[in-house]
Design a protein around this ligand. Structure first.
Ligand SMILES: [Mn+2]
Length: 362
């Protein structure tokens, strides 16, 4: 099928083969395109899948599918899916067809962040994570670790192809970029700002406000209270041990809050979710290489990765007996202190036991 998008190579303005041209050129013969991302897809994953699906449908007229690996439980992310009507197919229900192209966004193969069959060939990987996956044999790879968001990469594809961006899509992309850039120091590049400037006039700001301020269930507040009551300071590191995470994405919300504590440079949350210890890390210093640090700390106990100042991972618990969890926590604490060159010391509570008890009595 002929390409239906404006192609500046044809009008003599440019002889450079742009990445979006190469991406689309490789899909002209396929019957359909399916998009995948990492487990518990976040706004950057969702916005990227929405944008590429729109690009493929508009320029090539091919059918597309957006998939969801694992649950989406964070309130804002659920609101994004509902309010923007993002049509997601659970990955375990997807039957891959012969010849269909698989496109992976905001993640890379072999990083322990997917549950689908790793033998299914992938056509494209578009990502911005520092953690390198195995992209050998993947025909189209666009990985830019200097970028704040994968949504910025795919927005540049939409701009290059001169595709009309409907408000719903602009809102998804804007929120995807915004959630990736909200930390400090701000991990962003010029391309992220170009994308934000392009998207802002097109986005539905009321919808955006509803997504940002999604209503929260009671267990969210219970979890935050427990996280604060079990946070321990070791020099410039704070670790929060959460016994029971109501949903895995809450670990990230805990560290986003704790990293603002002025007396630490590192915040770690390790929360128990089912048979796993879910880890989230934030750093308040530049050149922290948090993703690499956590990957080395976790080692063969699980999988981990991320960016310079933000990282995540999971450790599979040998058993959910309290003693088994305590052993894993002790090992993790020991390795974290060593990796961050902090002398073995007793952790100081963020909130003292006396204050916790006093608050209960008043
Ligand atoms: Mn991302």
């Amino acid at each position: 099928m002929a390409r239906q998008c404006a192609d500046s190579r044809m009008n003599g303005r440019s002889t450079v083969i742009r990445r979006s041209d190469r991406f689309l050129d490789g899909l002209t013969q396929v019957p359909a395109v399916t998009f995948v991302s990492h487990v518990h897809p976040d706004p950057d994953s969702l916005g990227s899948m929405m944008a590429l699906s729109h690009l493929v449908e508009t320029c090539l007229g091919k059918p597309t599918r957006l998939t969801c690996d694992g649950l989406i439980s964070r309130a804002e992310n659920r609101a994004m899916v509902d309010l923007l009507n993002i049509p997601l197919v659970p990955i375990r229900k997807v039957e891959f067809q012969e010849g269909e192209a698989l496109v992976m966004v905001d993640s890379q193969p072999g990083t322990g962040r997917h549950t689908f069959d790793p033998n299914i060939p992938i056509y494209a990987v578009i990502d911005h994570h520092d953690t390198k996956g195995n992209t050998d044999g993947v025909p189209f790879v666009d990985v830019r670790s200097g970028l704040g968001a994968t949504c910025s990469v795919v927005t540049s594809y939409l701009i290059e192809q001169n595709v009309t961006v409907p408000p719903r899509l602009a809102t998804g992309l804007l929120y995807g970029i915004e959630t990736e850039l909200s930390g400090y120091p701000r991990e962003a590049s010029e391309l992220d700002d170009i994308a934000l400037l392009f998207l802002y006039p097109l986005a539905d700001k009321d919808l955006l406000a509803r997504i940002r301020n999604a209503r929260l269930p009671q267990r969210h507040f219970e979890c935050m209270l427990q996280a604060l009551q079990s946070s321990f300071i070791y020099d410039r590191l704070i670790i929060s041990w959460v016994n029971e995470l109501p949903q895995p994405e809450l670990a990230a919300e805990v560290v986003d809050f704790l990293i603002r504590f002025e007396e630490v440079d590192w915040a770690v949350c390790a929360g128990v979710y089912k048979d796993k210890l879910v880890l989230s890390v934030r750093a308040a210093v530049e050149d922290a290489q948090a993703g690499e640090m956590l990957r080395q700390v976790v080692g063969t106990m699980g999988s981990a990765g991320g960016h310079d100042r933000r990282a995540g991972g999971t450790i599979t618990l040998p058993s959910t007996a309290p003693s088994a969890i305590e052993n894993v926590q002790a090992e993790l604490r020991r390795r974290l202190l060593k990796a961050l060159k902090i002398d073995e010391c007793r952790g100081q509570r963020l909130v003292s036991k006396r204050e916790i008890l006093q608050n209960l009595q008043s």
